[in-house]
Design a protein around this ligand. Structure first.
Ligand SMILES: [Zn+2]
Ligand SMILES: [Zn+2]
Length: 251
């Protein structure tokens, strides 16, 4: 059951006049601006558009099933990656993670994907492409990282927490391979009742993960064998990986 017309009206009414001190150190307050049906190739969704009071960034929630006041709602946080999500870039695996999350949620009873407009770890498309350019010209990952700057974790999770509250979700299970993310959301008052690992089906493009990095082959390395930046802050687990391979991914 999707959000009912009555629930949609309640959400819109509640948000119409909403204003708060905001979540996190940047005090960003978001509010629901519009809701509509969104049939997709991953299943039946509703899309919820959020506007915010700081930087004009429009975040979105892709909602599947009855999440209003619900407990243990599977939730995935996805940071925007234009090059990966839209163009299918192989410099990162954002699109694999996005598609897997949408497909998984679409096959479940209910779930939410929060699409956070944090392109290039929060510094925007232009700076991300600059860092790609530096890598193309031989900069190593650390140097390119410095050029990219670091993602402001606090802001990312605070907006996500506010969005979940705005949607009146009671408690969640977070789809992530990074247990640290759970604590971050908990800090902002979200009741996180567990974690669902995100396991990506194998395909020719992510088969790299099934091999050892020592082979210096695969799409997520550049010509000189240097690793590309991880944009989703989630180590990918591909179906078929051994426990050892998963462990070697780090946190
Ligand atoms: Zn607010
Ligand atoms: Zn990406």
């Amino acid at each position: 059951m999707p959000l009912t017309p009555m629930q949609i009206q309640e959400l819109l009414d509640d948000n119409h006049e909403h204003s708060c001190d905001g979540y996190g150190c940047d005090h960003i307050c978001v509010k629901i601006a519009a809701i509509a049906d969104l049939p997709s190739r991953f299943g039946q969704f509703q899309v919820v558009a959020f506007c915010n009071n700081k930087d004009g960034k429009e975040h979105a929630a892709f909602v599947h099933g009855d999440v209003y006041g619900a407990d243990d709602v599977p939730v995935r946080l996805h940071s925007e990656c234009l090059t990966g999500d839209v163009a299918g870039s192989l410099r990162c695996d954002c699109r694999d993670q996005l598609e897997t999350a949408m497909r998984t949620i679409g096959s479940m009873d209910k779930g939410i994907l929060l699409y956070l407009r944090q392109e290039g770890r929060g510094i925007g498309l232009t700076n991300k492409i600059r860092a790609y350019g530096l890598q193309d010209h031989g900069y190593d990952t650390v140097e390119a990282n410095l050029a990219l700057g670091f993602l402001d974790d606090e802001r990312d999770y605070s907006i996500a927490a506010h969005m979940l509250d705005s949607l009146k979700v009671h408690s969640i299970r977070l789809m992530t391979n990074n247990p640290k993310k759970l604590n971050a959301l908990t800090e902002y008052g979200i009741k996180v009742n567990g974690r669902i690992p995100l396991v990506i089906p194998p395909n020719p493009y992510n088969a790299f993960y099934l091999k050892t990095k020592a082979q210096k082959s695969g799409h997520l390395l550049d010509a000189s064998g240097k690793e590309h930046l991880l944009e989703q802050r989630d180590r990918p687990i591909v179906d078929g990986m051994t426990e050892e391979q998963i462990a070697s991914l780090g946190e």
